[in-house]
Design a binder for this molecule. Structure first.
Ligand SMILES: NC(=O)c1ccc[n+]([C@@H]2O[C@H](COP(=O)([O-])OP(=O)(O)OC[C@H]3O[C@@H](n4cnc5c(N)ncnc54)[C@H](O)[C@@H]3O)[C@@H](O)[C@H]2O)c1
Ligand SMILES: CC(C)[C@H](C(=O)O)[C@@H](O)C(=O)O
Ligand SMILES: [Mg+2]
Length: 360
C-alpha cells in the first residue's frame, strides 16, 4: 500500500537540506520497498511570494491528506517586517501544527560520540548524552487569546499575548512524556515556572496527578530558569523533560548545542494517532542560505523519525541513523561541526555520503 509523504521545503536553507533528506528517503524507499510517494508543496515565505499567504489552502489540504510531512524551515528577513502578522512565514508552520493538532513535539538531543569535541561543553560533561525534550506544540502562549499589537491612546504602543493551558491539554502532553519516560529510563522532569505563573501551577498539579498512573516513573519538577542552567551545567542528569510550548522552544535550542550543532537536532510533531510532521529544530538560517554549507543531518534524522513514528518502518529508520553514524566515522563534517583533522564537506556532499553509506 502506498504512503503519501508531503515535503515542504520552505525558505532559506530549507530547500537545500530537504533535497538531501529526499535522496535518503528515495534510497530507503527502494531498498525496503516502502511504497512512499513523495510530493512537494509551498509553505512559509515561498508560499507568500507565490500566493500571498504562508499556508495556501491546497498545502493545508495536502498536509491533512498525507500520511506524514517532512518540512525544511520557514522564515527570513524578507518577510520579517510585514506589518500584517498573519502574513509571516512562521504562521504557515504554526497553522499546520494547529490545524493538524500536532501537539506532541519530540526533540531528542543525542550526542554522537564522534562529535564529543564539537559540543560547547567538555567531552566528559556530554559524553553519552541522550535527552528527550517533550514540548507541547499547539497551545500555551503561542496560541492563547487574547493577543495583539496596538497603539493606545496617546500613541503608546503595546503588545500582548496570553499564556493559557487547560488541564486536558496538559494531561495529553503529560501522557506522551510519561509513556516516553516509561519506555526509556523511567525518569521525567517537568519544567515550569510555578513560582510565578498560575498556568504552570496547574501544569504542575496535572503532572503530579498523572504521576499516580505511572508509579514506575520518577517525576521531578524544575523551574525553567534553573533547567536552562542545569542543561548547560550537567545535562546528563536529565532523561525525559516535558514542558510547554515556549519553554520547550528555548530549551531545545540550548540542548542542541550540547550535541555539537543545532544542525544535528531532529524533531517529530505528532497528533493523538502518531500522524506527524517532521522537521529539524533549527530555522531557515538566512546567514548561510544559498551557500551549500548547511548541515542536512538534522533533516535526514527527522526523516528517520518519520519512518519510525508515523510509518512503522523502524528497520529503515535504524539504517538511516546507522548511515549517519558511519559518515561521522568517515570524519566527514559540515562547517558547523568541523574540528581539527576532519574533512569539510558541503550540504550535498554530506547527503551523498549518507546515501552511499546506505548503499554500502
Ligand atoms: N522550524 C522552523 O521553520 C524554524 C525554526 C527556527 C527559526 N525559524 C525561522 O528561521 C529564521 C532564522 O532564525 P534564527 O536565525 O533565529 O535561527 P536559525 O536556527 O535559522 O539559525 C541560528 C544559527 O544556527 C545556524 N544554523 C541553523 N541551522 C543550521 C544548519 N542546518 N547547519 C548549519 N548551521 C545552522 C545558522 O546559520 C545561524 O547562525 C527566522 O525567520 C525564524 O523565524 C524557523
Ligand atoms: C519558527 C517558529 C515558529 C518555531 C517555534 O517557535 O516553534 C521554531 O523556532 C521551532 O523551534 O520550531
Ligand atoms: Mg525554535
Amino acid at each position: 500500500m502506498s504512503k503519501q509523504i508531503l515535503i515542504l521545503p520552505g525558505d532559506g536553507i530549507g530547500p537545500e537540506i530537504v533535497a538531501e533528506a529526499r535522496k535518503v528517503l528515495e534510497t530507503v524507499n527502494e531498498q525496503f520497498s516502502l511504497g512512499l510517494v513523495l510530493s512537494e508543496a509551498l509553505v512559509g515565505g515561498a508560499a507568500i511570494d507565490a500566493t500571498g499567504v504562508p499556508l495556501p489552502a491546497e498545502t493545508l489540504d495536502a498536509a491533512q491528506k498525507a500520511d506524514a510531512i517532512l518540512l525544511g524551515a520557514v522564515g527570513g528577513p524578507k518577510w520579517d517586517t510585514n506589518p500584517d502578522f498573519q502574513i509571516r512565514p512562521e504562521k504557515g508552520l504554526l497553522g499546520i501544527r494547529s490545524n493538524l493538532q500536532l501537539f506532541g513535539n519530540l526533540r531528542p538531543a543525542i550526542l554522537y560520540p564522534q562529535l564529543a569535541h564539537a559540543s560547547t561543553l567538555k567531552p566528559e560533561v556530554v559524553s553519552g548524552l541522550d535527552i528527550l525534550i517533550v514540548r507541547e506544540l499547539t497551545g500555551g502562549i503561542y496560541f492563547g487569546q487574547p493577543r495583539g499589537y496596538r497603539t493606545k491612546e496617546g500613541g503608546v504602543r503595546e503588545g500582548f499575548n496570553t499564556y493559557v493551558y487547560d488541564e486536558n491539554e496538559i494531561r495529553r502532553i503529560g501522557r506522551v512524556a510519561f509513556e516516553a519516560a516509561r519506555a526509556r529510563n523511567k525518569k521525567l522532569c517537568s519544567v515550569d515556572k510555578a513560582n510565578v505563573l498560575e498556568v504552570t501551577v496547574l501544569w504542575r498539579e496535572v503532572m503530579n496527578e498523572l504521576s499516580a498512573e505511572y508509579p514506575d516513573v520518577e517525576l521531578s519538577h524544575m523551574y525553567v530558569d534553573n533547567a536552562a542552567m542545569q542543561l548547560v551545567r550537567a545535562p546528563k542528569q536529565f532523561d525525559v523533560m516535558v514542558t510547554g510550548n515556549m519553554f520547550g522552544d528555548i530549551l531545545s535550542d540550548a540542548a542542541a548545542m550540547l550535541t555539537g550543532s543545532i544542525g544535528m537536532l531532529p524533531s517529530a510533531s505528532l497528533d493523538a494517532n502518531n500522524k506527524g510532521m517532521y522537521e529539524p529544530c533549527h530555522g531557515s538560517a538566512p546567514d548561510i542560505a544559498g551557500q551549500g554549507i548547511a548541515n542536512p543531518l538534522a533533516t535526514i534524522l527527522s526523516a528517520a523519525m518519520m519512518l519510525r513514528y508515523s510509518l512503522g518502518e523502524g528497520a529503515a529508520a535504524d539504517k538511516i541513523e546507522a548511515a549517519v553514524s558511519q559518515v561521522l566515522d568517515q570524519n566527514l563534517r559540515t562547517a558547523d561541526i568541523m574540528s581539527e583533522g576532519m574533512v569539510r564537506v558541503s550540504t550535498s556532499e554530506m547527503g551523498a555520503a549518507v546515501v552511499k553509506a546506505l548503499q554500502a
